[in-house]
Design a protein around this ligand. Structure first.
Ligand code: C5P
Length: 296
């Protein structure tokens, strides 16, 4: 069984307060987009769980969220069933795109089917919240307003697809470090207007309302974010913002043609590889560019 795990972008992210448990209460609007990791699940009659990944720099042990999702699901369902799981990563790591969280959500959803556990979406979403702040969102995708740590999700209507160009710098950012360097605002920005704009499908208005409280912090920690922001803004899309805790920036585009123009406008930054070579961006030299649509 194959499951696609999409990335997400945040169109609004405001921090309300620091909590006694060290996390922060947030208000954020997330949209799933068409850049996917892929997970393959096969039954294992011996009861063993095996995880492998096409990226050698990613742990396939207990610090991988997929591993933790499997263990949590087995404990929750008192199950001794096994599985062989293969993970193909396409979503960059430490990029603010919630790749690891999405993989974990896909593992919960996939194994629920493979093992015929019969858990509801709400139960899976609750388990997801134990794994990470962004996991529950993927049970409410394609668009949701998320509060608490991010795990309280209210689905939003997405009346038309949204087009994005993602520009992922070769250096990632640690979510914990970005939050550590943040000053909680006295007066949080409201996300009401952007929710209305999303539900109305008004791209210009969404572009004007894009907001991410973590972006100035990320720009201080990582100058590549500032450089890319300027570069994207010069191409005149409807809006430019950093996703989550970075380091990915996205341009919100008015349609697929504009997304193509913006991607081309960034091309000088990413020399195209000769056939048979790996892309330079993939090896960590320049930003990787992905032109994507919101999921449906
Ligand atoms: O929940 P997750 O493991 O994705 O969070 C990673 C880190 O980001 C946390 O350990 C915490 O330092 C920070 N964080 C936060 N407030 C949130 C979400 C994450 O402070 N709402």
């Amino acid at each position: 069984m194959l499951v696609s795990a999409p990335a997400k972008v945040n169109l609004h992210l405001e921090v309300l307060r620091r909590r006694p448990d060290g996390y922060h209460d947030l208000e954020t609007l997330m949209v799933a987009v068409g850049l996917y990791d892929t997970l393959e699940f096969k039954d294992d009659s011996t009861g063993d769980v095996r995880l492998s990944c096409d990226r050698s720099d990613l742990s396939t042990g207990p610090d991988n969220l997929v591993w933790r999702a499997v263990e949590l699901l087995r404990r929750h369902a008192s199950s001794a069933l096994g599985a062989t799981i293969r993970l193909w990563k396409r979503i960059p790591l430490a990029a603010g795109l919630a790749g690891g969280s999405s993989d974990a959500a896909a593992a919960l959803a996939g194994l629920n089917v493979l093992w015929r556990l019969g858990l509801s979406n709400a139960e899976l979403s609750g388990l997801g919240a134990e794994l990470g702040s962004d996991v529950s969102f993927f049970f409410a995708a394609p668009a949701a307003w998320c509060t608490g740590r991010g795990e309280i999700v209210r689905p939003l209507r997405l009346p038309r697809p949204l087009y994005f160009v993602l520009a992922c710098p070769s250096v990632g950012l640690s979510t914990a470090e970005v939050f550590r360097n943040l000053a909680v605002p006295d007066r949080p920005a409201s996300g009401e207007a952007i929710c209305r704009a999303v539900e109305a499908g008004d791209v210009e208005e969404i572009g004007r309302r894009l907001h991410n409280r973590l972006q100035p912090v990320a720009e201080r920690l990582c100058p590549a974010v500032t450089q890319l922001r300027a570069r994207l803004a010069a191409l005149n899309p409807a809006g430019v913002l950093m996703s989550g805790s970075g380091s990915t920036l996205f341009a919100l585009c008015r349609d697929a043609d504009e997304a193509l123009c913006v991607s081309r406008g960034l091309l000088p930054l990413t020399p195209l590889p000769a056939i048979g070579e790996r892309g330079k961006g993939e090896d960590g030299d320049g930003p990787r560019i992905h032109s994507v649509r919101s999921c449906i």
